[in-house]
Design a protein around this ligand. Structure first.
Ligand SMILES: NC(=O)c1ccc[n+]([C@@H]2O[C@H](COP(=O)([O-])OP(=O)(O)OC[C@H]3O[C@@H](n4cnc5c(N)ncnc54)[C@H](O)[C@@H]3O)[C@@H](O)[C@H]2O)c1
Length: 301
């Protein structure tokens, strides 16, 4: 049997970086999947507070509604439209894009953030980790569908219209590279490695179109519902979800024009710097381009 989707932990919101206020996202329309969650909520609020119109799409309707209410109370610039959907269902994904287009305008920014962790495979994975061969097939498939097929379907639905507009942003939330190969993290690591690799491939397919594809990761275990209460961590010492706000606002803006196929580690973002400098300091290639150089193609020199 499939486990219930993990409940979203409601957080006390900390403030994002102060020096981002000169980035104006007015006129931009963004979809944040998992927009009711810890990092998705923080990113939705940050984008809206910089003037964007944001659709916070989440399987947890209440969580998305709460983020929209919070935006209504705390920002007087952008808006948040909450939508309930399941990212594994193509018709649902298409409905989110269509409703966003009708209510807010053509989609300029997609943040592929919805995701599930090892709890989907094994509720007690922190205290009783299990080997890969013990995974239930339905749970395994569910994780791959949420973490990789869903982001692919969302990207497929927005890419063409972004190309027609000559501008767009696809921001994929993967994970730290070592988590992709961590023991007892199957198939979480593989689902995120697939999305990391997708980022590099999609970015190349979109080269020259004005549409960028980049990876944004928090940079370590982050204080959201994704990390179970039973985890042996001091939650104040975890990465806090608000680290994502500076880089996501910069990535969603014109300031990141021309930056694609890159990865950004949010916890290394120095908010005391000008955002362009902060971005330059943490920008690295997406995926593992150097590891692919051993392939020998017929006819290539
Ligand atoms: N928290 C961490 O330690 C950590 C570290 C690295 C990367 N990540 C990634 O960050 C992203 C955000 O996670 P978070 O830490 O904010 O966790 P979270 O649980 O707070 O947020 C995830 C959100 O995704 C939503 N979601 C789950 N299944 C869905 C579905 N089928 N359709 C639509 N929405 C769905 C949940 O309802 C939730 O609101 C995830 O992709 C996760 O893999 C998390």
């Amino acid at each position: 049997m499939l486990p219930a989707e993990p409940k979203t932990r409601m957080l006390v919101r900390r403030k994002g970086p102060e020096n981002m206020h000169n980035i104006d996202l007015e006129g931009k329309v963004a979809i944040v999947t998992g927009g009711g969650g810890g990092m998705g909520g923080a990113m939705s609020l940050a984008l809206a507070s910089h003037g964007a119109s944001v659709c916070a799409a989440d399987v947890n309707r209440d969580a998305a509604d709460k983020i929209a209410d919070e935006a209504h109370k705390t920002t007087n610039s952008g808006t948040i439209l909450p939508i309930a959907f399941d990212v594994t269902d193509f018709d649902d994904c298409a409905r989110v894009v269509e409703v966003t287009r009708k209510e807010l305008g053509p989609v300029n920014v997609l943040v592929n953030n919805a995701g599930v962790g090892m709890q989907t495979i094994n509720e007690n994975y922190m205290n009783e980790p299990a080997k890969f061969w013990l995974a239930d097939l339905d749970r395994w498939q569910r994780m791959m569908d949420i973490n990789f097929k869903g982001p692919f379907m969302m990207a497929k639905l927005v890419a063409e219209s972004m190309v027609e507009q000559g501008w767009g942003r696809i921001i994929n939330v993967t994970t730290s590279l070592d988590t992709m190969i961590r023991h007892n993290y199957s198939p979480y690591g593989q689902s995120k490695a697939a999305l990391e690799s997708g980022t590099a491939t999609w970015a190349k397919d979109l080269e020259g179109s004005g549409v960028s594809v980049n990876v944004l990761v928090p940079g370590g275990p982050t204080n959201t519902g994704f990390i179970p209460e039973s985890a042996p961590f001091d939650r104040d010492k975890l990465v806090q979800p608000e680290v994502m706000t500076g880089p996501v606002v910069w990535l969603a803006s014109d300031r990141s024009d021309g930056i694609t196929n890159s990865r950004f580690v949010a916890s290394n973002w120095d908010a005391s710097l000008d955002p362009d400098e902060a971005a330059r300091a943490v920008c690295a290639p997406a995926a593992w381009p150097d590891a692919g150089t051993q392939a020998v193609w017929p006819g290539a020199n």
